[in-house]
Structures are given as structure tokens and as C-alpha cells.
Design a protein around this ligand. Structure first.
Ligand code: FAD
Ligand code: EPU
Length: 337
């Protein structure tokens, strides 16, 4: 297990806040996970980090960061219709999507270019453009930090929901995901339920293909989301709020243009970005913290923002949206400290 001490975390998370950790452990194998678990009392408090694209460090981390860096893509089943892969937690998510797109394996193409690692993909059940990763996951494998026991969670055991799973809730900080098993299809089938993607596909002169769809997704993303090589961010800062049918109806009486997506359980999902924009925050900047000008759900660090400045800023947004719409936005990003 490789270890470093007193390390800046700036290049290990996409908000690019200049903060430090006491110790950094590089987890490159199952043996490293077990070695960490055996010595965990020497490394407490600790935090598991993949690509750091969904975290906000509010200050220096007075403990150990586990950097998940294990590699490997293993084919477990290969039939005429389907392929099953077991992928190590430290593989890049975007590279795995590209690998599948190039080989004509269907099911995750709309999730192209989401930053981060494969091991984090089940944690918040990543989703975009009408797809969620839960629909391709067979199981999630890993180790219980308390006992060192290996556990395999079936898709159902993972308790997947919108931006949620057992790993983000009940098992947060208690379980290290070592790999994820996916089932992808070899049958040509596209998911064009997201209106913007469907419109692009309809206008395109190219025949539909996995490569074409993933390119369209990347283009949609580039139009709305910041380039993390240039601007610090963790993507959508808040979750889209889910409200009752009645609450949505009352809100639409006052704001007829409010976007509302009906969910299977009868509840309604609102667009947090629209609420933030309507509250007047889109493009607003205080010091080096701001609301991204193309997508109000995304908070950005223009350079030297600190974690506590971002916390103060997002709390002002929450308070203002409560005042104007009676809706309390919840962070989607994992706030550390
Ligand atoms: P990290 O930020 O490192 O970790 C996220 C959480 O998972 C933490 O709580 C961490 O402790 C836990 N974790 C990580 N690895 C493990 C492990 N092996 N075992 C146990 N726990 C672990 N998300 C979407 O869903 N859809 C999008 O469209 C999207 N777009 C984005 C665009 C931008 C520009 C950015 C910056 C982010 C975006 N995100 C999106 C958010 C983010 O990319 C995803 O949540 C991603 O899955 C996070 O991966 P990561 O490896 O960076 O996780
Ligand atoms: N909207 C506005 N103003 C804004 C932003 C959005 O009015 O500034 C409106 C849009 O016009 C649209 C609606 O809100 O009617 C939804 O917008 P969009 O389709 O861009 O998606 P989103 O709900 O804002 C979600 C995810 C993104 C994901 C996109 C695409 C969450 C929290 N965010 O954003 O995920 O990429 O859909 O499917 O669910 C992330 O999690 O980090 C992330 C980027």
C-alpha cells in the first residue's frame, strides 16, 4: 500500500479547493483494501475518494484519504445477446463507457463523459440524459470496513433510487466498493427519452449509432456543464427536489412555466436549476464562488474559493429558494468536514 503524508488535495478533487490531508493511501488492489481494514485504527478518521468529482472539502482533512486506484476489466460472460463485465473500482468511468461504445455494447452510452471512477458509479446511481447506471448493474462487490468480510450486493440489495443507494446512506463510510458487475446488451437499442438528445438525433444527418449518440451526449454536456480542467466544480450541486402532486400543482398556479416531471410513484420532480435561476442566482458570483452561467444547478470555483466560502454561498441559495418557493434544496454533493 503506497502512502504519502501532508499532501495537497487540490489535484485529487474537481472543485480544486486548496486543502490538505494528513495521509493519503493509494488503494491499488484487494490486498490493499484488506491491509487498510486491518490497520484502520491507525488511519481514523478516513474518507474514500474516487475521482473526487462529487465532493466538497470544507477545510483541511485531519485524517486519511483512501484513493481508489485498482484497475481491471474482466469479461465474465459473453453470449450472442449480452456481455457481463466485472470492472475494478479504480477504472475511469468515462473510459469504460468509451470502451463499451467502441465495441457496440449498449446500455451506458448516455452516461458518456461523466467524470469519476467506476467504483463511485453505484454510490449515487449516476444518471444523465434519460439513463441511470442501476439499469446495467448486476452486483456491487466490496469489503465491510468493520469486519473485513467480503460482500456482494445484488442490484436489489443496493436500494438504488434517484441519486441514491445504500452506499450513499446506510453504508456510507462503512463499505469499500472493490468492483462493479455490469450487464450490457449487444442488441441495437437507443434511449432517446431525453428531449434534447432526441431532437439532436432527429436533426442529425449521420445514421444512429452508439458512437453518434455518445458524441451527441458529449456535445449536450459541453454546452451546459463547465470544463473541469478549467473551472472547479462538482457538477450539479443540489438534487432535483421531489414534491407531492399537490405541492407541484400549487407551485404551478403561481409559476405556470415551472418544469415538472411526474415520477412512477405519483410524486413530482422539479428542476432545481430552474428554481435557482428564477430566484435570480444564475451567473451570480461572490469572490471566486459562483453559479455557473450556463447551468444554475452547478456551483463553480473560479480559482481560489475556499470550502467555507462555498458552504456560505450554497446556504444562501437554499435560504433564498425556501423564501421564494417554499422548497428546501438538498445538496447532491458529498460535503466533507
Ligand atoms: P468521488 O467524488 O470521489 O466520491 C463520491 C462518493 O462516493 C463519496 O462519498 C465517496 O466516499 C464514495 N466512494 C467513491 N468511491 C468509493 C468506493 N470505491 N467505495 C465506497 N465509496 C466510494 N453525476 C451524475 O450522476 N450525472 C451527471 O451527469 C454528472 N455530471 C457531472 C459533471 C461534472 C462537470 C462534474 C464535476 C460531476 C458530475 N457528476 C455527475 C457527479 C460525479 O461525476 C459522479 O457522482 C461520479 O460518480 C463521482 O465519481 P468520483 O469517482 O469522482 O467519486
Ligand atoms: N433549467 C433552467 N435553468 C438552468 C438549468 C436548468 O431553467 O439554469 C431547466 C431546463 O431548462 C430544463 C430543466 O431545468 O427544463 C432540467 O435541466 P437539465 O435537463 O439541464 O438537467 P438538470 O435537471 O438540471 C440533471 C442532472 C445532471 C444531468 C442532467 C442531464 C441532477 C441533480 N442533475 O440536471 O447531472 O447531467 O440532468 O440528464 O439530477 C450531476 O449530477 O452532477 C449532473 C450534472
Amino acid at each position: 500500500m503506497k502512502i504519502s503524508h501532508n499532501i495537497s488535495l487540490k489535484n485529487h478533487h474537481t472543485f480544486r479547493i486548496d486543502c490538505k490531508a494528513v495521509t493519503l493511501l493509494f488503494i491499488e488492489s484487494k490486498e490493499d483494501i484488506l491491509c487498510f481494514i486491518e490497520k484502520k485504527n491507525d488511519y481514523t478518521p478516513f474518507y474514500i475518494l474516487g475521482g473526487g468529482s462529487n465532493v466538497l472539502f470544507t477545510s483541511d482533512f485531519q485524517g486519511t484519504i483512501l484513493l481508489m486506484r485498482s484497475k481491471g476489466i474482466e469479461i465474465q460472460e459473453d453470449t450472442e445477446d449480452e456481455i457481463v463485465f466485472n470492472v475494478a473500482a479504480g477504472e475511469s468511468w468515462g473510459d469504460f463507457v468509451d470502451y463499451c461504445v467502441q465495441r457496440n455494447y449498449y446500455g451506458i452510452e448516455n452516461l458518456a463523459a461523466i467524470p469519476g471512477l467506476v467504483g463511485s458509479s453505484p454510490v449515487q446511481n449516476i444518471g444523465a440524459y434519460g439513463m441511470e447506471v442501476k439499469d446495467t448493474i448486476i452486483s456491487v462487490e466490496g469489503y465491510s470496513i468493520g469486519t473485513g468480510e467480503k460482500r456482494v450486493f445484488s442490484n436489489q440489495d443496493c436500494e438504488f433510487g434517484y441519486r441514491s443507494s445504500i452506499f450513499k446512506n446506510e453504508l456510507k463510510g462503512q463499505f469499500i466498493i472493490s468492483s462493479v458487475t455490469f450487464r450490457l446488451s449487444k442488441k441495437e437499442k437507443y434511449n432517446l427519452t431525453y428531449a434534447g438528445l432526441r431532437e439532436m438525433a432527429e436533426k442529425s444527418l449521420e445514421p444512429l449509432s452508439l458512437t453518434a449518440v455518445s458524441k451527441m451526449v458529449v456535445s449536450l454536456r459541453n454546452d451546459k456543464l463547465p470544463d473541469i480542467r478549467v473551472i472547479g466544480s462538482a457538477g450539479s450541486f443540489f438534487k432535483n427536489p421531489v414534491v407531492s402532486d399537490e405541492m407541484a400543482r400549487l407551485l404551478r398556479e403561481k409559476h405556470p412555466d415551472l418544469v415538472v416531471f411526474p415520477l412512477d410513484n405519483g410524486a413530482m420532480k422539479l428542476a432545481a436549476g430552474q428554481l435557482i435561476e428564477k430566484a435570480g442566482w444564475k451567473g451570480r458570483r461572490e469572490g471566486d464562488v459562483g453559479v455557473y452561467h450556463h447551468q444554475a444547478l452547478v456551483l463553480v470555483n473560479y480559482g481560489k474559493a475556499t470550502g467555507s466560502e462555498i458552504v456560505r454561498f450554497y446556504q444562501k441559495i437554499i435560504a433564498d429558494v425556501v423564501l421564494k418557493f417554499g422548497i428546501r434544496l438538498e445538496p447532491e454533493v458529498n460535503i466533507i468536514g
